[in-house]
Design a protein around this ligand. Structure first.
Ligand code: CA
Length: 222
């Protein structure tokens, strides 16, 4: 799951981003409204966390413009003040939920999970490929009854592959969906992580599940 966080206050942005990464989400951060709007337009996010008070373009305008462009990514608004006015305006312009500052990270995480669950009820949050099972909500990965411990990055990579099971996934697709904006695609970092992942998910099991497609990328299939 990939989340865009639009927040100009450095302290809040870094604590929220860190918490979300620890919870295995992939997080991009924009520090102003213009950048946030641009990133939400060009990338596919599962959720946008949008502060209302932003330099340049405010959060309400960003939300309104995204909805006008038919981008229906769930939006969680953040506001400095808990006023009914802000809340009503945000929800009127197409936000899905609203959280007033200051908030506990646990509260934010609960809202994020609720919105993601609402967005993907048909998936039930559990992906399967053969005897491999990945729970998108609890982040548990089980193969043949055995729990597999993954790092955040490995989890995000496996989740993205399982969402696209049976299709060839190129390194470019992985860099766009799993890595951050500042990712340098000329490094072999994807191959390195793919090796870590295969060691954990495939080694010692009957079927490899993840295969290299020469000259193209990778595929996961039963
Ligand atoms: Ca702000």
């Amino acid at each position: 799951m990939r989340i865009l966080l639009v927040e100009d206050e450095e302290r809040i942005a870094s604590f929220v981003a860190r918490g979300l990464k620890e919870a295995h989400y992939v997080v991009d951060v924009a520090h102003d409204g213009e950048k946030g709007l641009f990133m939400a337009e060009v990338n596919e996010y599962d959720l946008v966390i949008l502060d209302i008070m932003l330099p340049g373009k405010d959060g309400i305008s960003v939300c309104r413009e995204l909805r006008a462009k038919k981008i229906d990514t769930p939006i969680l608004m953040l506001s400095a003040k808990d006023t009914t006015d802000d809340k009503v305006r945000g929800l009127n312009f197409g936000a899905d939920d609203y959280l007033a500052k200051p908030f506990a990270f646990k509260e934010l995480l609960a809202r994020v999970q609720a919105l993601l669950r609402r967005k993907a009820p048909e998936k039930g949050g559990v992906l399967h490929v053969g005897d491999l099972e990945l729970n998108q909500l609890t982040h548990k990965v089980i193969r043949a009854g055995k729990e597999i411990e993954l790092t955040s990055k490995e989890f995000a990579l496996l989740e993205y592959m399982m969402l696209n099971a049976g299709k060839v996934i190129t390194r470019t697709m992985i860099s766009e969906h799993v890595w951050h904006e500042d990712f340098d695609s000329f490094t072999n970092v994807i191959d390195v992580y793919m090796n870590y992942l295969r060691n954990k998910v495939c080694k010692g099991f009957k079927k490899p599940l993840i295969q290299t497609v020469r000259g193209s990328g990778y595929i996961i299939q039963d």
